[in-house]
Write a protein that binds this ligand. Structure first.
Ligand SMILES: NC(=O)c1ccc[n+]([C@@H]2O[C@H](COP(=O)([O-])OP(=O)(O)OC[C@H]3O[C@@H](n4cnc5c(N)ncnc54)[C@H](O)[C@@H]3O)[C@@H](O)[C@H]2O)c1
Length: 308
């Protein structure tokens, strides 16, 4: 019997990583993960995934993984909030950027074909006048965005070492499985959790800020398609719906899910918060034949049904 191809999906105890790891298992891959359980839960790791507990920048873990011929590495682990990157910028660099570099070295050493990275729309900074395109100038506003951008450049350079690399610039991703207890990451999960628990939403920041929102299944699909490339090209792709949604519009959509009245208060702010960004998705639709399939209303309903 032919041996199964091995895929390393980092961060499979977290929201996006657990969904991607599950999909890889369903596709018949032998899947492993590294996770330090800083924001993820062991119980999220799909059954059948080999689990290495620790940091992606831990030399001992990386050396252990050098014994395996990885077919693909999908690097999703990382701290995922601009706000948190201000608590300890040096740790942010280590956990989000040094990790990427060490995993790229691992990929190169083990003859890996493709490397896919969970980057972020935060690399653009604010884009107030039009949708962000991959060819646009970037100007991250937070340490988090700087680390994501640096990681992207490491991927671009590693493409010269016979490795096909793709950076996926994810916009706000939401859906079942998102951590509903962590009140410092995930706009949808924070507001929905507050609405369910307190019948009240407290928004830290202006109601006119805007974002683009992707449902988890669409994001998983983008990872799946990206790992299929094996042509030694570097790609950087927005994973977006190209729809500008203000915070106020999002809050209204969430309130509409409930029979009871959900009150709202706009007060405070968070460091490094973007005023607004949403993204053109022409490039990903051409390169991956990818198109978002779940509307915000439909996706919020699915998440609400799950969270309740
Ligand atoms: N969720 C979004 O809206 C969004 C948007 C853009 C980019 N991203 C990126 O996608 C990735 C996943 O986000 P998520 O929403 O699933 O977050 P998450 O917090 O649910 O998952 C991240 C996982 O990585 C683990 N982790 C963190 N640092 C680690 C390290 N140094 N070594 C090993 N494991 C580590 C955590 O324990 C967790 O299980 C992150 O890199 C994030 O920056 C997410």
């Amino acid at each position: 019997m032919e041996e199964k191809k091995k895929v390393l999906v980092t961060g499979a105890a977290g929201f996006i990583g657990s969904h991607v790891a599950k999909r890889m298992l369903d596709l018949g891959y032998d899947v492993a993960t590294i996770d330090n359980l800083s924001t993820g839960y062991r119980s999220n790791i799909p059954e059948g995934v080999t689990f290495y507990e620790g940091d992606c920048f831990d030399q001992a873990i990386i050396e252990n993984l050098e014994k395996t011929n990885w077919s693909s590495i999908i690097h999703i682990a990382g701290q995922s909030s601009g706000e948190i990157s201000y608590d300890n910028p040096v740790y942010d660099l280590q956990t989000n950027t040094q990790s990427t570099l060490m995993l790229l070295k691992l990929a190169q050493k083990t003859g890996c074909n493709s490397f896919v990275y969970a980057s972020s729309m935060s690399v653009y900074g604010d884009r107030l006048d039009s949708e962000a395109k991959e060819s646009d100038q970037v100007s991250p506003k937070s340490f988090y965005g700087v680390g994501k951008l640096a990681s992207e450049h490491y991927l671009r350079i590693y493409t010269d070492y016979n490795l096909t690399c793709t950076s996926l610039r994810l916009c706000n991703t939401y859906g079942p499985g998102q951590n509903m207890e962590n009140m410092r990451q995930g706009m949808v999960s924070i507001f929905l959790s507050q609405a369910i628990n307190d019948s009240h939403i407290h928004v830290k920041g202006d109601k006119d800020r805007f974002r683009d929102f992707s449902y988890i299944d669409d994001v998983v699909h983008a990872f799946e398609r990206s790992m299929e490339f094996c042509d030694n090209k570097y790609r950087c792709l927005n994973v977006t719906r190209n729809i500008k949604i203000t915070v106020e519009e999002l809050v209204t959509e969430i309130r509409n899910l409930f029979d009871e009245d959900i009150s709202v208060r706009y007060e405070g702010s968070t460091p490094g918060d973007q005023v607004g960004v949403y993204g053109d998705n022409t490039m990903i639709s051409k390169e991956l034949s990818w198109a978002p399939s779940v509307s915000l209303r439909e996706g919020l309903q699915k998440m609400y049904d799950w969270a309740k």
